[in-house]
Design a protein around this ligand. Sequence first.
Ligand code: PMP
Length: 449
Amino acid sequence: NYDEMSAVREKHLVPCLKSYYKKPLLIHEGHMQWLFDQTGRRYLDLFGGIVTVSVGHCHPKVTAAATAQMNTLWHTTNIYMHPKIHEYAQRLADKMPGDLKVVYFVNSGSEANDLAMLLARLYTKQFDLISFRNGYHGMSPYVMGITAQSTWRFDVPVAQGVHHAMNPDPYQGLWGGKHCRDSPVQTTRDCACAPDECEAANKYYEQLEEVFKYSLPRGKVAGLFAESIQGVGGTVQFPKGFLKKAYELVRINGGVCIADEVQTGFGRTGEHFWGFEGHGVRPDIVTMAKGMGNGFPLAAVVTTPAIAEALGQALHFNTFGGNPVACAVGLSVLDVIQEERTQENCKVVGTYFLQELSKLRDQFSCVGDVRGKGLMIGIEMVSDRATKAPMNNKHFMDVWEDCKNMGVLIGRGALNGNVLRIKPPMCINKEDVDYSIAVLRKALQTHTE
Ligand code: PMP
């Protein structure tokens, strides 16, 4: 009963668990890209439980793998060996370039980044870390420091030794210069400049150098954290060549480079299995969570043998990390991605989505920017095309709530909360795109003028 549940929620769940919609949605079931409420009404899920349902809600193959494992062995902790953790570690390592071959399983993105911070500091024997403004890396007290949006921070001292560099946001820019990506007709937002000639990349790189000059003790750093595309921050894509130069600067100064693939991993960007591959870089530490378990708590840090060695033989331990059921789920997610050519689907359907969204941008001046890669898409809503000022919150929420009322669930994000985030289960098809576009167009028509 909806009302009874609302009362229980009010009384027994922490008040910070804010509902997404004015009238909270009660979801009973999910199948692939569809969610069903208590009345059986279906919704197209374009947010996948915050970019987490990767191959589809209750995907039959993943469900079968989890069920089989549950009937065999649930848990031992890593004090004993069990087959699944070895098979899964090997399969993940096979997906990684170079000597990124050592896996540490944990249970959430925050835990993974927490461990990456520790590894970077232990390995380099340095303390200071750099992350980018607008980045999101988790909410545990340790990683809250590298999450660089004030809305996600509390008034407690969490950020010791963390420096936030200017995030390269090609749409908003920071120096007032024009960039090739500002072209109003471009949809994929892939910079067409040669890496060394990209004005945006060079300007932002100068900003990063300032951090080394003015903030870091003797210019030394333990590591740099970067998402391959900023997710919670509003699907912000760094300009071509920027991350590569940033990695070089960090390494020259003794640091390691950490790729947060929590949202961008597992083929979501279409072109590559890992988002960092799109930047032509090879990280020293990779963190992953969300989509790897299709909704089951599962996360990992993958690094090199030398960095893993920094933990030494000390007892560093995670009770649930690499749990047999989680590993069985993770393995079957990898199988499905391969068998159903999910990465290819992200590329094809994502490109189509961006193309159709760009038509909405041409039609409605409040659609400021359409960007993304594969099925990681952002729509920045503005009140003024010229100044790129954020759309007022009421207007934004009206459009967004209306989409839900018409059966399409979309995420939202960015510092000003004015970016619609489309990161659905990777199994959606072109028909779903057409349906979503029709709904968005209707919502924009209703709330414009
Ligand atoms: N990194 C990124 C890029 C994320 O988007 C998130 C979650 N939104 C996290 C880390 C933290 O993951 P979790 O919520 O599983 O701790």
